[in-house]
Design a protein around this ligand. Structure first.
Ligand SMILES: Cc1cc2nc3c(=O)[nH]c(=O)nc-3n(C[C@H](O)[C@H](O)[C@H](O)COP(=O)(O)O)c2cc1C
Length: 448
């Protein structure tokens, strides 16, 4: 059997499309409906997905309340580790991955929670390390502003090193639980971390036994220079979005090459960019499904997103079927704001109206949308995979459960028929699915 692709299922409560909750096939109260998540997880497990993934933020979105009130994303939903712990009880194989920020957590708490999830799930936990994209999180943690980018990544590296050290607090065979000698654990197999660094001071040890996977799997989702360096050094899977194959191949080559300087073989990191599939039985049906979703975007929401993309230019009151007002162009270019440059280019080169602009921008939000028949979608995924652009994909269904059902019913069998995706799990742990080695304890390696 040849190399096979890895597939993750990324569940935003009602789905990835900005208007997902308005779709009649979306679960309307998804954010606080456990049964909904349990069904999604079981469905993805039935289709042999490597993992399910949950994003997170430690704040609601901020902005114009009228627009906010028409889009539920990040406004009210479950805390992900709590949710994954419950899902662990109703699934047996699928990997359980969630985000936790290194900017507004303490390493001890994070090490403990993911170690517990790994035990509860029998070795299926993964931690997506982020430094926080949502600037308002600072206001919930005693700060006036977010950490500056370099400092965020500095903290992230130190944070992750501590977490891995804490997971090694106990050797795998530390617990004797011997009633005859009345010895519960072997004191020689317990290790204090004694970490003192620029950002954190942690003595240890962790009060959870070494996780079944040794370490829960480490994921990463940033694409900046600092983000790539962190990924090359410690990540075992990466979710960064890629919009076309040449760019994906560059990113793939770049990351896998960077790993060498940290003494890591390239296959110890799986690159799985996001993909928003819109599947129809025919290309025309997929096109129609997408058009329908786009038509559900409320103008207030579209305008708000477009305003943000333009560097907070207020578009309220503009005719949405007319062009962008001249004033937008007068403010010139704002260095580094790619989204603004793109929108201005579409407006001038393609003469798009405000509605067309927000539909294009809001529909995908920086992610790749792939519309087509099952064959077309499988062809595209196969081409990215065999041409070394990816090791797999993070599937981001447009609306849930409908978008996941479509992908499972139509695309998974096509991938399986081509030998590109598994028909049965290889093992029971997330590391088995992803083909990742179980890390030895730093005390066994002798560098603790
Ligand atoms: C698939 C994916 C999932 C992400 N999930 C989260 C998340 O849950 N919470 C968060 O704060 N940021 C999340 N991010 C944002 C990134 O972690 C990161 O903040 C952003 O890409 C900027 O990082 P960079 O400056 O290194 O490029 C996610 C990004 C991607 C691509």
């Amino acid at each position: 059997m040849g190399r096979q692709m890895k597939l993750g299922a990324f569940f935003h409560p009602t789905g990835h499309h900005i208007a997902a909750w308005l779709h009649p096939d979306a679960q309307i109260d998804a954010g606080t409906n456990f049964k909904h998540y349990a069904q999604l997880a079981q469905m993805a497990e039935g289709a042999k997905f490597d993992l399910m993934f949950l994003a997170d933020a430690l704040a609601t979105r901020d902005g114009n309340l009228d627009a906010l009130s028409r889009w539920p994303q990040y406004m009210a939903y479950f805390e992900p580790i709590t949710l994954l712990s419950a899902i662990a009880a109703v699934t047996s194989r699928i990997g359980l991955v969630s985000t936790a920020t290194t900017s507004y957590n303490e390493p001890y708490n994070i090490a403990r929670k993911y170690a517990s999830l790994d035990h509860i799930s029998g070795g299926r936990a993964g931690w997506n390390i982020v430094t926080s994209a949502n600037l308002t999180e600072a206001f919930n943690f005693g700060r006036e502003a977010h950490y500056e980018h370099g400092e965020r990544y500095d903290r992230a590296l130190e944070f992750a090193d501590i977490v891995r050290g804490l997971w090694d607090s106990w050797d795998d065979d530390a617990f004797l639980r011997d009633r005859t000698t009345a010895r519960y654990f072997d004191p020689a197999k317990l290790h204090y971390l004694h970490h003192k660094g620029p950002h954190f001071s942690v003595r240890g040890p962790l009060n959870v036994a070494r996780p079944p996977q040794g370490h829960p799997v480490l994921f990463q989702a940033g694409s900046s220079e600092a983000g790539r360096e962190l990924a090359a050094q410690i990540a075992e899977a990466v979710f960064t979005p890629q919009l076309n194959l040449p760019a994906a191949q560059d990113f793939y080559r770049d990351l896998k090459t960077r790993m060498a300087k940290y003494g890591r073989p390239p296959d110890h990191l799986k690159i799985m960019p996001g993909l928003n599939p819109i599947v129809g039985r025919t290309a025309a049906e997929a096109e129609e499904k997408h058009r329908y979703l786009q038509s559900l975007i409320h103008p207030e929401v579209g305008l708000e997103l477009l305003s943000n993309a333009l560097g907070d230019y207020d578009l309220r009151g503009c005719d949405i079927d007319g062009p962008l007002p001249d004033g937008v162009f007068a403010t010139g270019d704002i260095a580094g704001v790619t989204s603004r440059r793109n929108v201005l280019r579409w407006a001038t080169e393609e003469k798009m109206t405000i509605r067309q602009l927000y539909e294009r921008f809001a529909g995908a939000r920086g992610q790749r949308t792939l519309k087509g028949s099952p064959t077309q979608i499988a062809d595209d995924m196969e081409s990215w995979f065999v041409n070394h652009g990816v090791d797999g994909f993070l599937i981001q269904p447009s609306h849930l459960p409908g978008g996941l059902e479509d992908f499972i019913a139509y695309v998974i069998p096509e991938l399986q028929n081509r030998g590109l995706f598994r028909t049965e799990y290889e093992g029971t742990m997330l590391r088995d699915h992803l083909g990742l080695p179980r890390p030895a304890s730093r005390y066994q390696r002798g560098d603790g």
